[in-house]
Structures are given as structure tokens and as C-alpha cells.
Design a protein around this ligand. Structure first.
Ligand SMILES: [Zn+2]
Length: 476
């Protein structure tokens, strides 16, 4: 019985990668202690960005506080990358390995909220951090700083890079950076994301393509000479109908959604112009490519039937995230070592009040870490996916908001601006730093991560779903 038990314990240990199985090294402990030393600074950075709440490519103050802090801490900072003034790169150290981490800091329009447990905008109609990117940027920089200090102390050899990656919520800053080769030369990339539970990510995001289908017709009086007109709206409606007919014949994993942002001006003029804005997604980019080709055909058909012209414009998109199994195991082991946040009764009450207000079970904060083999595929896309096809990318989710409460909405803004979010930030920063230490200290772990990447990527060559040219900067 006893030997059976010992065998079971040994087997359980075998499932862990070598680097994570050993007791945490002195350097790993030092890196985690560094996050604690800088916790007040990191929280302050996060709160500042939370307050700025700047949307995609307008993150001037948010990127500046992060870049300035990195510079003060001894990183070499390059501001303005891939045509985006709010993108930056902070580097420290020399030579291989080159371990890097990405930080986001863009907010979402219209979700302004105070850091309180009831819906109450800070500024009516303004933007807010409804995806927790204030925490994302600060925690990632904290992990980079922890590694920088170990390199500076001569305890680790190599380079650490922090990439300030703007505009995740619109445009996709990382996609432009990946297209431009900004991540070339990086051995392993890290990222994390706030969530309502914690896990080393073991399921992929969705690939997607973002298209604007523009119809051009001919205007005429809708009552006196309609025969002279060709309705662009007719083209748009038949196009939409064609997409609905396609819907039954897609893979169950595929998603297509659209809006009609332009359907003409007034009823008594045959619409000369109309637009359908459509996104197609799947867990595999190859399926998205197939949907993209079919959407083009449907647009052609709709134009043919209505005597109009259709132009399908590629606006953007993402590849699905290429998962890395050895990397996920390393993160999982470190996350379990660090542990999820401990909450006070007040914090749980705060979470429960939000849950009650948003009609989800009032269970408070989630403490559990989700196992690698117990994760649901996600219904969303991210430009982290693009990066993952260029460089092995290891990602983490850490709890920062009440279980099951609406995302991209006021509850995430509320908890992201107070202690619940701050605690998640610190756990994320420590877990990321600890996992990076594994890769610096253990060349075998690094090789395994790289080998898994090469094998899964196969002969796929990353090509961004992007129009030619620079990112569309907002008129400010
Ligand atoms: Zn996000």
C-alpha cells in the first residue's frame, strides 16, 4: 500500500517538467522578491493607466508612464515602433537567451466606471479599462524588471525585452509589429491576461478576419425613376442573405458576425453606397481563409444580381494562438507555487455585490487554478495569436475580477482599479518572472519550448491579415 502510494506521488511529479519539479532556485526566489519590492510602483503604474483610460493608439500617457519607469529602472527604451507612437521596446542585457514579454495598456470606449461595486461611471460615456489592460501592462513590466535585476546582479545571463504593445482592442498593434519583424530574434515570448479565474493557458484563441464589404450602386429618385437606380443596399442585403445561407455549411467551430454601418441616406434616394462590416472566425486560420474566400464569392454574386459593384476590403485580423505544451506546464507549476491571491472578507463582499448586480451567482472570487486539461475553448481573438506564430509564446490568465461577471464591462473596470485587481497583478508578475527564470537557468527547458514551437508551426509562414501600409492612427 505504502509503496503504491509512493509510486503514485512519483508519477504525479513525473508529469511536471524538470525545471519546475526542483525546489525554486535562489534566483527564482530573488526574482519573486523583486516583484514584492516594486509592488507599490507597479500598482501605482496600473492605477495611473486605469485613470487615463486611453483607447487604441491614443495611449500616449499610458505608454509614457510605463516607458519612463522602464528607463528609470535602467532599461534602454525605444519609443515609437511600427508606425505607432504609443508602441515601445525596453531592453536590458546582452546575448542569448533573449526572453521577452508583452504589455498592453489600451482601454475600451464607453465603459467608464468608478472602483466601486455598483455601476457608476467615473466620466459618463468615457472609456474604461473593461479588459484589465492597465493591470496587464504594469504586471508584465514588473516581471521584466525582476529579470533585469537578476541579470544586473550577474545571476542570469542573456537579454530581457519588454514590448509595449498598443491597440489590442482595435487595430491590433502586435499584428503590425509581427508583420514588421519587430519580434525577430526573440527566443521565447511571454504574455498574460486578466480573467475571472487563473490558469496557464492551454486552449487557443480564435483566428479571425475583419472585412468591410462596400457596395456601389447608382442613385435615382426612388419613386419617379427607380429604373435608373441600382441599389447598393440591395447588394448589401443579398450579400448578408448569402452569408446566412453559408452559415449552415460552416464548421461548428466557425463564427460569422456582421453589422450594416451604411445602408444609404434617405428612403427617397436609391442608395448609391452601402457597407457591410463582417468578421469571420474559427479556431484554425485555415478555416478562416476558406470563409474569407467564400465571402468574396458571395459579395461578387450579390453585386452581379443587383447590378452593383462590390469591393471586399481587408481591415485586419488575427491568427489563432499557437499553444506551447512544455511552456504551459512550466507556467502551471510556477502559478501553483505562487498561488492565487488571498482575499479579505471585504473583497469577497465587493465581488459578491458585483455578481448580484449583474445577475450571476454571488460566489465571490475564484481561488482555484484551472488544470491544463480542464479548459474550455475561448470565443475570442487576440493579436497575441499573431506573435505566437513568429516566436514561441507562453501565456497565463490570472483572476482579477468576480467569477462569471460580464467582461468588457463595468465590473472589470471596478475591480481593476482596486485591491482585487492589484493582487492579481502581483500574482501575474511573480508567475511570469518565475517562469522566465526557468528558461534562463535551464537550457533544456528552453530547448523543449523551442522544439514544441517548431514542431507545431511546421512549415506555416506568418502572414498578417492586414492591409498594406501603416496602422490607421486616430485623428486627435
Ligand atoms: Zn484584453
Amino acid at each position: 500500500m505504502q509503496s503504491h502510494l509512493i509510486r503514485l506521488v512519483l508519477c504525479a511529479l513525473c508529469a511536471l517538467p524538470l525545471a519546475a519539479r526542483a525546489a525554486p532556485s535562489a534566483v527564482k526566489r530573488a526574482a519573486v522578491a523583486s516583484v514584492d519590492q516594486h509592488a507599490a510602483d507597479l500598482t501605482d503604474l496600473s492605477d495611473k493607466i486605469w485613470g487615463y483610460a486611453e483607447t487604441a493608439l491614443r495611449e500616449h500617457k499610458s505608454s509614457k508612464v510605463l516607458a519612463d519607469y522602464a528607463e528609470q529602472q535602467g532599461f534602454t527604451v525605444t519609443r515609437g515602433v511600427s508606425g505607432m507612437p504609443t508602441a515601445f521596446i525596453a531592453t536590458f542585457g546582452n546575448g542569448r537567451p533573449v526572453i521577452a514579454i508583452m504589455g498592453e495598456y489600451d482601454a475600451l470606449p464607453g465603459v467608464s466606471q468608478k472602483a466601486i461595486a455598483e455601476k457608476s461611471p467615473l466620466v459618463e460615456g468615457a472609456a474604461g479599462h473593461g479588459c484589465g489592460h492597465n493591470l496587464f501592462g504594469a504586471a508584465s513590466l514588473g516581471a521584466a524588471l525582476a529579470i533585469k535585476e537578476q541579470i544586473a546582479a550577474g545571476k542570469l545571463k542573456g537579454t530581457i525585452v519588454f514590448y509595449g504593445t498598443p491597440a489590442e482592442e482595435a487595430v491590433g498593434g502586435k499584428t503590425y509589429m509581427a508583420r514588421d519583424g519587430v519580434f525577430n530574434g526573440v527566443d521565447v515570448m511571454f504574455a498574460w491576461h486578466p480573467g475571472d479565474e487563473s490558469m496557464a493557458d492551454a486552449v487557443t484563441s480564435q483566428a479571425m478576419v475583419d472585412l468591410m464589404v462596400e457596395f456601389k450602386g447608382q442613385a435615382a429618385h426612388a419613386a419617379s425613376d427607380p429604373w435608373n437606380g441600382r441599389s447598393a443596399l440591395d447588394g448589401a442585403m443579398l450579400f448578408a442573405q448569402g452569408v446566412e445561407m453559408m452559415r449552415e455549411h460552416m464548421k461548428p467551430s466557425s463564427r460569422v458576425h456582421y453589422v450594416i454601418p451604411d445602408g444609404g441616406d434617405v428612403p427617397n434616394v436609391i442608395p448609391e453606397h452601402a457597407k457591410v462590416w463582417i468578421w469571420a472566425r474559427d479556431q484554425k486560420r485555415t478555416e478562416v481563409d476558406d470563409l474569407y474566400a467564400r465571402i468574396r464569392k458571395i459579395a461578387e454574386g450579390a453585386a452581379l444580381m443587383t447590378g452593383t459593384q462590390a469591393v471586399v476590403k481587408l481591415q485586419g485580423g488575427d491568427w489563432e494562438q499557437l499553444l506551447n505544451e512544455p511552456g504551459a506546464k512550466l507556467i502551471d507549476a510556477n502559478l501553483r507555487w505562487i498561488g492565487t491571491p488571498t482575499y479579505t472578507a471585504d473583497e469577497d463582499a465587493f465581488a459578491k455585490q458585483i455578481q448580484a448586480a449583474t445577475n450571476v451567482p454571488a460566489v465571490g472570487m475564484e481561488r482555484k487554478i484551472r488544470a491544463l486539461d480542464d479548459q474550455e475553448p475561448e470565443g475570442g481573438s487576440t493579436d497575441v495569436g499573431d506573435v505566437s506564430w513568429v516566436v514561441p509564446t507562453l501565456t497565463l490568465t490570472v483572476v482579477t475580477s468576480p467569477k462569471a461577471a460580464p467582461w468588457h464591462a463595468w465590473p472589470v473596470v471596478a475591480t481593476g482599479g482596486m485591491s482585487i485587481g492589484h493582487k492579481g497583478l502581483i500574482v501575474a508578475s511573480k508567475t511570469l518572472a518565475a517562469t522566465m527564470v526557468d528558461l534562463y537557468e535551464n537550457p533544456k527547458a528552453l530547448r523543449e519550448v523551442r522544439a514544441d514551437f517548431e514542431k507545431k508551426r511546421g512549415d506555416a509562414v506568418f502572414k498578417a491579415y492586414l492591409p498594406d501600409g501603416q496602422p490607421p492612427l486616430p485623428n486627435e
